[in-house]
Design a protein around this ligand. Structure first.
Ligand SMILES: [Zn+2]
Length: 422
């Protein structure tokens, strides 16, 4: 094992603790437990923080996720784009449409590469730079490819991204435009993932979701940190989280624990999972009595960014949802696209299908009476849609597609048109 790197004194990192055997180990180059190969994650000395000075330090910090540096395992990389500190907006018209009285949107499509994935990537990038790596890489369902490619371009690193061949063309084009080598693999995300696990052992690349995973996953915490701060240092009553690997959901719980542990915010937060019915291993497990997760072999869904059949943090997600008193939604593709169209037409936010999964899940939870009228409900809006395939599907689901036929007598000089604009 490599030696421990020198760290900034601003954070209270104690080391990396194994979630399986619970041994605390140094924050060196290891990315799995040195004892049992289990998953490891940073642990902080929360009791050592003085609440008021921590809050003041955060509020003085940059308008990016690095304002939470005391609760992150690495310092901000120099010269990178501002990532995070995305708007939390009230969504009264969408709320009225889906039956939620106090609805908020956390709009992560405002990040530099248009998705939530910029958060974990920038923390992994900071670690890669700290380790002196010249290449970053990832397995991706689409959005992560763009985030890795953009981060590499901005910092003069090489990028390799591996995606299932069925990934949206626009997302592949986006990553390629940033200069990344994009490798399409004939297979599902889980097969791509296994290929990358082998490569990660062979190449000295920073695989953000393997060899940098303990750092990568920490970036996801900042979404709830920001939400709480934007609500006046208050945890929302409910949050609806899109679930792919489950990393965002499990780190939402970690963030809540750290906010409570440092005294920054309090409150019972119920965490709900949002998945499309064509790939809902976590939601199905929750809805069928919080049982163990059963992998989905061939995910089929319009929400391709959530098409992870064997989620790494699947069982962990189910446990957290149960412990928080949360539930889940498993929604059809029609409901997903309708959710996107509704979000766009009521609030002016154009989401990719994963955002529609969250809206449709919130609607289903509201119909089941999950939210009281005085409770705040935050929907995590993970990514913007590229003007592409998914866009035209959403268009077909919206109400704005009526055509007007112009009577033949009124056709103008260019009268070849048989009907109005499509
Ligand atoms: Zn272990």
């Amino acid at each position: 094992m490599a030696t421990t790197l020198e760290r900034r004194s601003t954070n209270r990192l104690r080391g990396l603790r194994c979630r399986a055997c619970h041994v605390l180990q140094p924050a060196d180059e290891r990315y799995v437990c040195g004892e049992c190969y289990g998953p490891i994650e940073p642990e902080y000395d929360l009791a050592a923080f003085d609440t008021e000075s921590l809050r003041a330090e955060i509020e003085r910090g940059p308008l990016s996720l690095w304002r939470y540096a005391p609760l992150l395992p690495v310092a901000a990389p120099r010269g990178h784009f501002a990532v995070g500190w995305t708007p939390l907006v009230e969504a009264p018209r969408l709320g009225a449409a889906i039956g939620v009285a106090r609805l908020f949107l956390k709009d992560d499509s405002r990040n530099p590469s248009l998705s939530f994935k910029d958060r974990p990537v920038v923390v992994a990038l900071a670690r890669a730079l700290e380790l002196g790596l010249d290449t970053i890489a990832s397995a991706s369902t689409g959005n992560l490819a763009g985030a890795v490619a953009a981060a590499a371009a901005r910092n003069g690193l090489r990028a390799f991204v591996f995606v299932p061949a069925a990934t949206d063309e626009s997302k592949i084009a986006g990553a390629a435009a940033y200069g990344a080598s994009v490798v399409r693999v004939n297979g599902t995300y889980d097969q791509v993932n296994r290929l990358c696990a082998r490569l990660a052992d062979e190449e000295r690349w920073g695989f953000v979701n393997f060899t940098l995973r303990p750092y990568y996953a920490e970036g996801s915490k900042t979404l709830l940190f920001e939400t709480a701060e934007q609500l006046g240092w208050c945890l929302p009553d409910h949050v609806v989280v899109p679930v792919g690997s489950g990393a965002l959901l499990t780190r939402t719980a970690t963030a809540a624990a750290q906010l409570r542990g440092t005294g920054l915010a309090e409150g019972a937060l119920r965490i709900h999972a949002a998945q499309p019915s064509g790939c809902a291993p976590v939601s199905d497990a929750v809805l069928e009595g919080y049982r163990a997760v059963r992998p989905v072999r061939d995910p089929v869904t319009v929400a391709r960014s959530l098409a992870i059949g064997a989620p790494a943090d699947g069982d962990g997600s189910v446990e957290i949802i149960r412990a928080s008193g949360g539930s889940a939604g498993s929604v059809s593709d029609d409901e997903v696209l309708e959710g996107c169209a509704l979000l766009a037409s009521t609030e002016g936010v154009l989401a990719e299908p994963a955002g529609g999964v969250v809206v449709a899940t919130a609607r289903a939870l509201a119909a089941r009476g999950a939210f009281a009228d005085d409770e705040s409900v935050v929907l995590s809006q993970p990514a913007a849609t590229r003007r592409s395939t998914s866009m035209s599907l959403i268009f077909r689901s919206s109400r704005a597609r009526s055509r007007i036929d112009i009577p033949s007598s009124r056709r103008g000089s260019c009268g070849t048109a048989r009907s109005g604009a499509s």
